[in-house]
Write a protein that binds this ligand. Structure first.
Ligand SMILES: [Zn+2]
Length: 399
């Protein structure tokens, strides 16, 4: 999509201008908890960008209650830098907040509100500086990429990324502005989530030989997954940039059965694994799939023809794999003066951009320690540093 820029004229000055802080206050006021719609925020951003002559491209979820927004400033064509952030936030329910989480509130050099660190400050800075991007006469484009449902497992961004890959000139670099205190995050683990659904055959608990207990078979799957986890813990591979330094597997959900005196007909379990970049995720998945195909399903069907086991992915977030030759890392090093790279404990959308061949790194204001907490805040000094960082980026793109 080309950014059609309006000629500078009297009407151009009528477009809304907000300071980063004013912009952040507007964004915080939209309750974009992942369970609900983010369209009010997206409509606001789209209208604001349109006032500045910038066209937005939206990609929706199936319900059309949520959307990603992608917009480009500067020359049309490939290259340039994507500023990427998720618009959704985690719930505040049950958390003790000292002030309204959806009203930006200053106390002691900090701005409080849900999403201040994770990660509306980065989006607010990018939006607030759009007039400066326009005035700078960019020679390389800067793109804004705002996603939905990141907090549910990076579910939204893939639709936007697929749209970019299929229909738009390819950007060169992505900066995912998750809170790193503007340190240069060049690697994180992936996160792959699955459900396994086991159907057995029910019957009276006194006649177990006539039924197929789905819980018992699910327990065998749990044991198999735990054995893989134990092997990674003991034998690696290891990556000392992470805590813990190995791939983890976790069975986090299980539900099945209906009464203690009934053979359980049904059991569902949810599991995930978080591979270090050196581990090929498809091999972990294949290991579990092979167990289902070669061990579990034959056992089930030998007992009852209708018994079965299915597995499907409900979350796919590839790891961010560090690259020795990374234009994104070089650029951010230049702009921030950071000479160290850090591994991140959390997954981001950066690996999803990397999958279509766009060099991606993670760098944004605020701290992940405040993320998801009651009384989430960002220090005013982090906003100021983030603003200076983006101004240097604009100067680079205009040079
Ligand atoms: Zn985040």
């Amino acid at each position: 999509m080309s950014a059609s820029r309006r000629a500078a004229g009297p009407e151009a000055t009528a477009a809304t201008r907000l300071s980063p802080r004013e912009m952040l206050a507007r964004l915080i006021a939209f309750d974009t908890t992942s369970a609900g719609s983010n369209l009010a925020l997206i409509d606001f951003a789209r209208a604001y960008l349109a006032e500045h002559g910038i066209e937005s491209r939206l990609t929706y979820d199936d319900s059309r209650a949520k959307a990603n927004l992608y917009a480009s400033v500067g020359p049309a064509g490939p290259g340039g830098v994507v500023l990427s952030g998720h618009t959704d936030v985690v719930p505040v329910a049950g958390q003790p907040w000292q002030s309204d989480p959806f009203t930006l509130t200053e106390r002691d050099g900090r701005l409080y509100g849900r999403g201040t660190s994770d990660m509306k400050s980065f989006i607010a800075l990018a939006l607030a500086l759009v007039p400066e991007m326009l005035a700078a006469g960019l020679k390389r484009p800067l793109h804004l990429a705002l996603s939905y449902d990141e907090e549910l497992g990076c579910l939204g961004a893939p639709r936007m990324i697929a749209d970019i890959a299929a229909n738009l000139p390819k950007p060169a670099i992505v900066i995912v502005g998750e809170p790193t205190r503007l340190k240069l995050g060049n690697r994180h683990k992936g996160c792959y989530g699955f459900q396994i659904d086991i159907q057995g055959r029910d019957g009276h608990s006194s006649a177990t030989h006539r039924g197929v207990n789905a819980i018992t078979h699910a327990a065998a799957v749990v044991g198999f997954i735990e054995a893989i986890a134990e092997r990674h813990r003991r034998e690696g591979p290891f990556d000392r940039g992470f805590d813990p330094p190995y791939t983890t597997l976790n069975v986090g959900e299980i539900a099945g059965g209906s009464a203690v005196n009934i053979i359980a007909r049904h059991c569902r379990l949810g599991w995930e694994f978080r591979p270090i970049p050196a581990v090929d995720p498809s091999r972990v998945i294949a290991e579990v799939e092979t167990y289902l195909a070669e061990v579990l399903r034959p056992r089930l069907s030998a007992r009852a023809p209708e018994a079965k086991a299915e597995m499907w992915a409900d979350c796919v977030v590839p790891p961010l794999v560090p690259r020795s030759d990374s234009p994104a890392a070089d650029l951010v090093r230049r702009l921030t003066g950071a000479n160290e790279t850090i591994g991140l404990a959390f997954a981001t959308e950066a690996g999803q951009f990397q999958e279509i061949g766009i060099d991606a790194i993670v760098c944004g204001p605020g701290s992940i320690e405040q993320a998801h907490q009651p009384d989430e805040f960002i220090e005013l000094s982090q906003i100021a540093e983030g603003e200076a960082f983006l101004r240097r980026l604009i100067a680079w793109a205009a040079a």
